[in-house]
Design a protein around this ligand. Sequence first.
Ligand code: HEC
Ligand code: HEC
Length: 257
Amino acid sequence: MRRKVRLRPAAWLAAALLAAGMWAAAGCAQKGVPPKTQPAPQPAPGPAPLSAAAREGGKLYLAYACVYCHGVGGTGGVPNPFNEGGDATVPPLVGAGFQRDYGTDQAVAAILKSGSILNSGKATSMPSWNGILNDQQTANLTAYIRAGLPDTGEAPPATRSGTDVYDAYACGKCHGPIGRGGVANVAATDAGDKEIPALGTPAFHREFDTDAKIRGFIINGSVIEQGKASVVFMPRWGDVIKAAQAELVTGWLRTYK
Ligand code: HEC
Ligand code: HEC
C-alpha cells in the first residue's frame, strides 16, 4: 500500500511558495524575459586550441628545418646510421622518454643552444643554434613542443629549385642571404670562425671549385672547435637531405655569383 504523505504546515507553505514562484517565472517568460538559455551545443572534444606562442613555434619548426630531422609531429625516426652505439634514429620530441629527459623548458633551451655532437660529428648531430634562435623563438619552439607538435595546417615548403632547398633546409639562417655573409658564431674562439662563412663569394668559389667539394661538405658537415658546445657547426645533412635536393642546392651554389 502506498504510504500517504501528509504535508506538515511548514512544508505545505514551502510547496505553495514554490508553485507561486514557478507561476511567476512562467509569467515572466511570457512577458518577454528570456527563459534560462539552453546550453550551447558542445564542440566535439579535440585538442585544445594552440596558444599564439605555440602557433609561432610551429612555423619555426618548419623554417629551421627541425622537421627534416625530427619528423612531422616530432615523432623522430630519421635514420642515424653513423651514430654508433647511440640511438639509431634521430630522437622523437614527444613521449614519456622525452618528457622525462626534457621536462623543463630550461633543458630544451639548453640543447637548442649547445647542440649535441654525436660521434665527433660523423653522425647526424643536433645543430647548435646559438645566436641564431633568439630567446623568444626558443620559447615559441618550446611551447609548440609542449603542445605535442600538432598539425598546424602548414606543410614544409616545396623544394623544386636550389633556392627552395636553401630556404627549406635553413641554410640561410646560418649562412645569411646567399653571398652576403653569415651570421655571427658567437661562441667561437678562433678568429677565423667568428662568422659562419658566406657562400657564393669569390673566396667561396676559389675554395669550392667543383660540385664534389660542395656536395661533400653538405653531406658530411663539419665540426669546428671539436667538442666545444654552443659553437655553431655545419650539420651533417647526409641522411636527412634527399640526394636530388642535395644536387639542386649544390648546382645552384656552384654557379651562383
Ligand atoms: C640535422 C638534424 C637535426 C636538426 C635540423 C634538428 N635536430 Fe634536434 N636533434 C638531432 C639529433 C641527432 C638529436 C639527438 C642528440 C643527442 O642524442 O645527443 C637532437 C636532439 C634534440 C632535442 C633533445 C631531445 C633528445 O632526446 O635528445 C631537442 C629538444 C631538439 N633536438 C629540438 C630541435 C629543434 C627545435 C630543432 C629546430 C630548431 C632541431 N632539433 C633541429 C638532430 C637535429
Ligand atoms: C646551424 C647552422 C648551419 C646551417 C643550418 C647550415 N650550415 Fe653550412 N656551415 C655552417 C658552419 C658553421 C660552416 C663552417 C664549417 C667549417 O668551417 O668547417 C658551414 C660551412 C658550409 C659550407 C662550406 C663553406 C666554407 O667556406 O667553409 C657549405 C658549402 C655549406 N656550409 C653549405 C650549407 C648548405 C647548402 C646548407 C643547407 C642545406 C647549410 N650549409 C646549412 C653552419 C650551418
